[in-house]
Design a protein around this ligand. Structure first.
Ligand code: S3P
Length: 165
């Protein structure tokens, strides 16, 4: 089974993917890291070189061409479910889990903004407003996930329980 973790920047996709994969004894795939490995550019450099559109094409291509192990946990980039038919594609291939958090919770967790080109120049107040707007835009996509879970203080055992249910 392929498990896709989706949600906004800072909701804990990469960390939870590692913990869940460890718990389920299967490999973890981090699509942002795969983009960095394959392109030889950091995400910030990629945005600078090819713009957001270039990035969206590349990440979507990566999602659909990656050679996934039969069982694995995949951490996706925050915007990935909201472009092309990526959400439908993931729902067809595996189980999608939306790690849901509200805007203030996300702001409180987004300290290292430099590596995230969309928010690198924003202070806390601007970031809160930016995330509120983005979540409205993105929630229609995120909420197509098969499982939606409140991700603040989320214990990995809870995730395992929900997957079994
Ligand atoms: C983005 C999220 C990032 C990365 C890129 C764009 C977004 O991934 O793909 O900076 O549009 O939300 P993380 O959610 O892993 O930070």
């Amino acid at each position: 089974m392929i498990i896709f973790l989706i949600g906004y920047m800072g909701c804990g996709k990469s960390t939870k993917a590692k913990q869940l994969a460890h718990r389920l004894d299967c490999p973890v795939v981090d699509l942002d890291s795969e983009i960095v490995n394959k392109s030889g550019k950091t995400i910030a450099e990629f945005f600078d070189a090819f713009g957001e559109n270039g990035f969206r094409n590349y990440e979507s291509e990566m999602l659909k061409t990656y050679n996934y192990p039969e069982n694995c946990v995949v951490a996706t980039g925050g915007g990935l479910p909201c472009f092309f038919d990526n959400m439908e594609w993931m729902n067809e291939k595996g189980v999608t889990i939306y790690l849901q958090m509200d805007a203030p919770q996300l702001v409180s967790r987004l300290h290292n903004r430099q590596k995230r080109p969309l928010i690198k120049d924003l202070d806390d107040e601007q970031l809160l407003e930016f995330i509120r707007v983005k979540l409205e835009e993105r929630n229609p996509f995120y909420t197509k996930a098969k499982i939606i879970i409140n991700a603040f203080d989320l214990d990995v055992e809870k995730l395992v329980e929900v997957l079994k249910a």
